[in-house]
Design a protein around this ligand. Structure first.
Ligand code: FMN
Length: 351
């Protein structure tokens, strides 16, 4: 395929559209912004890039706060208008109904489905025309009707606006895949054979095992909370098993049941020789009997992704298909074992 040199410009084909709000001289002012992004998960830090001559940055510096307001497509005209006129010469305080949240100095737009108030963290990067401002998200306000039962935002209902490189506003289209999951379906092309290194490192095999009764706790967690949640869950189950006077039959394990929004649906627990009763959030569960693809990873937990990929490739090569669930058994204790000596068994149930 021929490649054309298209010049030097921002090649990102789309940008989310937001209105940045700040009180300037005591009056709400809103400006349209496409240069906006998240830069840190915890604490949640966002950045916006604003031209040095605009009116809104004055309010950001004045109050040390600003808002990010996500318009729905119903407000495409008002959104564009706020990007055409400046608060220096046009009063933009009456275009929307303004409300204030916990920080009290951050004007937010009542009519928009999602708004958030941010504290300017006194960190900026200056470029020739624009200044990049960083803010910590203090609170997000979302309309009830766009929040699903699992507290996730329903992006289709929020109906946000995106700006194309062609200067057209568009709405969000169909979902075409599940993030953090679709990648597992990747099949390497013929020209990139799996390095031998992998097959040497991981002995993948087919195992057949009976059903194993277990006690587990199931959670939906974001990636950064996983280690802490695993520790707490195993502690609670061990204590409960102690109350029952029983000991686990094997190593602690985690079952990954897939993603729910950007949260991992996972079950943490131990297997036991006999079936036990659950209590509170500890449930009597079972690792089903049947055929499994299995391999052992020797080394730090951060490298488990590579082992999972190799096992998955091995399954594809042998025409095995998984159920979508995967298990990890932690064969030695991370508190007492150096990371390079950790042993983890990865197991994929087969259909
Ligand atoms: C679609 C669109 C995207 C824009 N994105 C940005 C941006 O990312 N940064 C910026 O400084 N100005 C951006 N602007 C321009 C400002 O919104 C515009 O100059 C506005 O009038 C400034 O308002 P103010 O002077 O009241 O702050 C954009 C305008 C439009 C229409």
């Amino acid at each position: 395929m021929g490649k054309l040199k298209a010049g030097s410009f921002n090649p990102l084909p789309i940008a989310p559209m937001v209105l940045v709000g700040a009180n300037v001289n005591g009056k709400p002012n809103y400006m349209t912004v496409g240069f906006v992004n998240g830069v840190n998960i915890k604490p949640s830090i966002v950045c916006i890039s604003l031209n040095k001559n605009h009116h809104t940055p004055k309010g950001i510096i004045e109050n040390g706060t600003f808002s990010i307001n996500i318009p729905s497509a119903d407000y495409v005209t008002e959104t564009d208008y706020c990007g055409l006129v400046s608060g220096k010469t046009t009063d933009k305080s009456n275009i929307f109904t303004t409300f204030y949240g916990e920080l009290e100095t951050v004007p937010m737009i009542e009519e928009f489905p999602i708004t958030c108030e941010c504290k300017y963290i006194d960190k900026k990067v200056e470029f020739a025309m624009d200044i990049l401002y960083f803010g910590e998200v203090h609170q997000v306000y979302a309309n009830e009707e766009i929040i699903r039962s699992n507290k996730e935002v329903d992006i289709v209902k929020a109906n946000p606006l995106i700006l194309g490189i062609d200067n057209l506003y568009r709405t969000v289209g169909e979902s075409v895949g599940q993030a953090y999951q679709n990648g597992w379906k990747y099949i390497p092309k013929e020209r990139t054979p799996m390095p031998d290194l992998f097959s040497d490192t991981y002995q993948c095999q087919l195992i057949d095992q009976p059903a194993q009764p277990s006690l587990t706790i199931r959670f939906q967690v974001t990636a950064e909370n996983i280690p802490q949640i695993i520790g707490q869950a195993l502690f609670a189950i061990t204590r409960y098993a102690g109350e029952l006077g029983v000991s686990p039959a094997g190593a602690p394990f985690v079952a990954y049941h897939g993603m729910d929004g950007h949260k991992m649906d996972m079950e943490i627990g131990f297997t036991f020789r006999q079936r036990l009763k659950g209590k509170d959030n500890i449930q009597a569960s079972e690792i089903p009997g049947g055929k499994y693809a299995s391999c052992i990873h020797f080394g730090p937990y951060e490298q488990l992704g590579g082992a999972r990929a190799v096992l998955h490739q091995w399954m594809l090569k042998n025409n095995y298909s998984g159920t979508g669930v995967s298990y990890e058994f932690y064969l030695n204790a991370p508190q007492k074992t150096p990371p390079d000596k950790l042993e983890t068994q990865i197991v994929f149930p087969l259909r």
